[in-house]
Design a protein around this ligand. Sequence first.
Ligand SMILES: NC(=O)C1=CN([C@@H]2O[C@H](COP(=O)(O)OP(=O)(O)OC[C@H]3O[C@@H](n4cnc5c(N)ncnc54)[C@H](O)[C@@H]3O)[C@@H](O)[C@H]2O)C=CC1
Ligand SMILES: O=C(O)[C@@H]1CCC=N1
Length: 288
Amino acid sequence: MLQKKRIGFIGSGNMGEALVSGLVLSKATQPENIFCADIDPELLAAIKDKYHVNVTQSNLEVIQQSDIVVYATKPQILGMVLKETAPALDESKLIISIAAGVPLAAIAIGLQKKLRMIRAMPNICAFVKESATAIAAGEYVLENDVAEARAIFNSVGKTVFIHENVLMDAFTGLSGSGPAYIFTIVDAMADAGVKMGLSRKDALFLSSQTVLGSARMLLESKEHPGQLKDRVASPGGTAIAGIHTLEQGGLRTTLINAVESATKRSRELGELMVKDFIKINENESNGK
Ligand SMILES: NC(=O)C1=CN([C@@H]2O[C@H](COP(=O)(O)OP(=O)(O)OC[C@H]3O[C@@H](n4cnc5c(N)ncnc54)[C@H](O)[C@@H]3O)[C@@H](O)[C@H]2O)C=CC1
Ligand SMILES: O=C(O)[C@@H]1CCC=N1
């Protein structure tokens, strides 16, 4: 589906590169159909070297070359970048924003243009084709646009399509930010292994493999996590002793609080971006 589509990235940092990596690994499209822009020439040179895609410091050039444009800059500068690139945007292109917190309606109001837009929340595991991505569509998308967006994100992992753009902040708090929680947990488990006398290398490998295996069991067995937990925790055994300590430490509450905080932060980022957009528009109309 994407073979003939030219896909451009505005911002080629952590997430832009993760998507490029997944797209190239999955062969969903050819490297010559991928166009990456960034302000950092060293980063672009490294991306060209690794993935053999087209790179340029010019956002406008990438947009001109692309059928699908993915905005992958930080939400805090997205308003400015969108304004700068708006002259090159029209209904002939599908625009995808992966920015945390930024509602499509805010982009539409800020740019005052009718555009085919998709909002997506992937995660960094796109690097290894294991992203969990939520996708929502804007008002003016064509029938094929959602399928194309899904094809992009399916090529770097699994997708869910949601109708309510408003739930994106919750996805951002859970699966968009989730790898950071898991990396922290694995790091802490590795520290624990070291404390118990394992080498750092073994401790890190064993905790990472344990997370991978647990995730695969959850997805493949489709059993409830509680049931799987019961299969590990024997009466009077080691796992239940460990779980008791986790519960004493408030693990569940802490994780629920973490997802809630990240969801709230996502909403805040969206509100800040809207304010930013209003300021840019006011300055423009005052001729500043
Ligand atoms: N890092 C993650 O795990 C995830 C990030 N996201 C979203 O992806 C977006 C990008 O995040 P990251 O990749 O983490 O940030 P990053 O900072 O690693 O990458 C952003 C890139 O944009 C470049 N940039 C800055 N100004 C620019 C400009 N004017 N024109 C073109 N490029 C410019 C920077 O040099 C940088 O390489 C954010 O909106 C974030 O919310 C979404 C899901 C997961
Ligand atoms: O910048 C962040 O912290 C998050 C991770 C998910 C999206 N952006």
